[in-house]
Ligand binder design. Structure first.
Ligand code: XMP
Length: 508
């Protein structure tokens, strides 16, 4: 995509966030691996490069190296944290192991306002590093410093090279966005013209080339991700796409029917409804370990898709609505593995279909923008995320039909009350969890020994981090009363007060 700014990834959890911040400025951006050959990078005609941070010390054995040829492309470069350090070493400066790291909010002193700090009220930035640049390379001016970073920022306007030790992409660097804008619009001379439509056009072209005359199937869940992925592919290859909705019996109340009605009728994309409740019930019997549950569901999902693909001649491709957050949390190259999202890490190794994942570089809120652009109805665009493995990962311990019924009913009540209170859209997710314990209660003068239901409600921008939602007490009271009165087998309601990190949004 001509005119974009590429993020060269040195293994930071933040690489995609940088790309996203750039796209928010309406400049195209994508992440490329640090060892991508310079010819490949040049072929993308970038207007600039951002070298990302990374988890390792530049001196650690096997630390991801910066190909010095990337600094000879004649386009502006901004190095962030590890990126700045790698650039410094490549250009003959020095990086020191300072011994004392800098983490979190840090006061910063600006030394020159000639370049990137022009008109920036920079007083505080967000740091996360141990090593630090101790001597800038020749030709660079040091433009900012902090207590532990003598070179918190450096610039070489002749070569259009810039480096910062802090993280402009996180909200805790209050001037970070303005600094990125300065790099995009002043240093790289980009124009703020990129929109979600460009992404659709680009993906449509790419998918046409990938699929050729073959057919594809799409696993539709009813959520916004798979719906948007399906519509993009449908735009690319028309009726050679068939959507398959596998009802694994782990859906919420009435969800299967809603998916069929909404997607099949509204969009006119061929839809096969596979009823596989009993199949999954048998596959999950006796399984209590979360990763085993996830892998089992992922594997059975794919097997069913493959069977359906076999029935459709030439369906060699499988469309998935995988998002960037699914990819990073399943452990990409250098990032730590948190859990296997069923559509990434849970895939069997001998899978015979090829994947099409048009949303792999996007965050949820970006997908929603694309969805609106594609004309998806508002209630689908704004549906709260629901995990592929469904209610199975909200039932701690064994998934049985009885426990599924309890959770589904409790979840239905909770959703109804959250919507009634007008909170549905402002919460990232709100749902019920069924733990594997029982407690004693008393109902109508009778002793009960039954399950509790845990209410989990979070706010988030992108699922990478989340905070527990402050739901008003009177709404919690109504939810609790209704769940206990209406759901057999439940005698207690608890509230989860954990942010992410240290918790994850789902319980398994
Ligand atoms: P966690 O629990 O990792 O979840 O904080 C982050 C977001 O991802 C959703 N999630 C999944 N989505 N397949 C999906 O499609 C999965 O296996 C999966 N696991 C978690 C979760 O609901 C939250 O929005």
């Amino acid at each position: 995509m001509p005119g974009g700014v590429l993020v060269v990834d040195f293994g930071a959890q933040y690489s995609q966030l940088i790309a996203r911040r750039i796209r928010e400025c309406r400049v195209f951006s994508a992440v490329v691996p640090h060892d991508a050959p310079p010819e490949e990078i040049l072929a993308l005609h970038p207007s600039g490069l951002v070298l990302s941070g990374g988890p390792a010390s530049v001196y650690a054995p096997g630390a991801p190296a910066l190909d010095p040829r990337l600094l000879e492309l004649g386009i502006p470069v901004l190095g962030i944290c590890y990126g700045q350090q790698a650039m410094t070493l490549a250009l003959g400066g020095e990086v020191a192991r300072t011994g004392a790291g800098e983490y979190g909010k840090t006061p910063i002193t600006v030394r020159s306002r000639e370049g990137m700090f022009h008109a920036l009220p920079a007083e505080q930035c967000w740091m996360s590093h141990r090593d630090a640049v101790s001597r800038a390379p020749e030709g660079f001016t040091v433009t900012a410093e902090t207590a532990s970073s003598p070179v918190a920022a450096m610039e070489n306007p002749q070569r259009r090279m810039y480096g910062v030790q802090f993280h402009p992409e996180v909200v805790h660097t209050p001037f970070g966005n303005d600094l990125l804008k300065w790099f995009l619009f002043e240093a790289c001379d980009c124009s703020p013209t990129w929109t979600a439509t460009h992404l659709i056009e680009e993906q449509v072209e790419r998918i046409r080339a990938q699929v050729g005359d073959a057919r594809a199937i799409c696993g539709l869940s009813g959520g916004v991700d798979s719906a948007v992925a399906a519509l993009i592919v449908h735009r690319a290859i028309g009726d050679r796409l068939t959507c398959v909705f596998v009802d694994h019996g782990l859906m919420r109340h009435n969800e299967g029917e809603q998916v069929e009605a909404a997607f099949g009728k509204h969009f006119g994309v061929p839809l096969v409804h596979v009823r596989a409740q009993e199949h999954f019930e048998a596959a999950l019997a006796g399984i209590t370990e979360p990763e085993e549950k996830r892998k089992t569901i992922g594997r059975e999902f794919i097997r069913i898709f493959e069977r359906e693909a076999d029935k459709l001649k030439d369906a060699r491709f499988l469309v998935q609505g995988t998002l960037y957050s699914d990819v990073i949390e399943s452990g990409s190259r250098d990032a730590a593995k948190i859990k296997s999202h069923h559509n990434v890490g849970g895939l069997p190794e001998d899978m015979v279909v090829e994947l099409i994942e048009p949303l792999r570089q996007l965050f949820k809120d970006e997908v929603r923008v694309v969805g609106e652009e594609l004309g998806l109805p508002e209630n689908m665009v704004w549906r709260q995320p629901f995990p592929g493995p469904g209610l199975a990962i909200r039932i701690i311990g064994e998934v049985t039909r009885e426990r599924l019924d309890i959770l589904r009913q409790a979840d239905f009540v909770l959703q109804e009350e959250i919507r009634r209170a007008g909170l549905y859209r402002e919460l990232w997710q709100s749902f019920a969890v069924l733990p594997a314990i029982k407690s004693v209660g008393v109902q109508g003068d009778e002793r009960t020994y039954a399950y509790p239901i845990i209410i989990r409600a979070v706010t988030s921008d992108d699922a990478m981090t989340a905070d527990w939602a402050r739901i008003p007490y009177d709404i919690l009271e109504r939810i609790s009363n209704r769940i206990i009165n209406e759901v057999d087998g439940v005698n207690r309601v608890a509230l989860d007060l954990t942010s992410k990190p240290p918790g994850t949004i789902e319980w398994e």
